[in-house]
Design a protein around this ligand. Structure first.
Ligand code: ITT
Length: 176
């Protein structure tokens, strides 16, 4: 059994669908350090959660990196979603010529042996919102003609940043 520390139900759903072991969600809200590096944020969060929970756990730190904005909002995606909302982010992006963006995710797993991180990324375009599935920025992120909000969990995991990171994590668990 794996313990996933996250306040985000959407992330937990995707991990439960994709990992080969059962996933228990723990809603401990670990303090997030401020950094430009998702890997540093995830590793620090995992260490903090491990100290609190005293069991092996994993966390996921992720974000939307818009090319025309030099990667903004990136590690600040959660704050920007809360303050501006995805419609305004899309409206700002629509003023730019380049509509390309990337989702990135870093999964950090910690046990007595230390922290391991696993990364995944996916390229797409910022488009006006479509679809009712997924969470966060999914309605404005289009990949091969479909927004992530138009995909079910399985379809999204097969191509997404988190799916790639979880796959690497799953391979590592299997080889241990
Ligand atoms: P945690 O408790 O796991 O930290 P969180 O939602 O605060 O949950 P982050 O700090 O990693 O997660 O912030 C990521 C932001 O990027 C947040 O606004 C998410 O909604 C968004 N995001 C991350 N992955 C996404 C995905 O697959 N699809 C859409 N939006 C995503």
């Amino acid at each position: 059994m794996l313990r996933f520390v996250t306040s985000n139900a959407g992330k937990a759903r995707e991990a439960a669908q994709y990992l080969p072991e059962e996933v228990e969600r723990i809603e401990y809200d670990y303090p997030e350090i401020q950094s430009d590096s998702l890997a540093e944020i995830a590793a620090a969060g995992a260490r903090d959660a491990y100290r609190e929970i005293s069991e092996p756990v994993f966390v996921d730190d992720s974000g939307l990196f818009i090319d025309a904005f030099d990667g903004f909002p990136g590690p600040y995606s959660s704050y920007v979603d809360e303050k501006l909302g995805i419609e305004r982010v899309q409206a700002l992006a629509a003023r730019e010529e380049n509509d390309r963006a990337r989702f990135r995710s870093v999964v950090a797993y910690v046990d007595s042996g230390g922290v391991e991180t696993f990364e995944g990324a996916v390229r797409g375009r910022i488009v006006p919102p479509r679809g009712s599935g997924g969470f966060g920025y999914d309605p404005i992120f289009e990949h091969r003609g479909q927004t992530f909000a138009e995909m079910d969990v399985e379809e999204k995991n097969a191509v997404s940043h988190r799916g790639r990171a979880l796959a690497a994590f799953g391979d590592w668990l299997a080889e241990r």
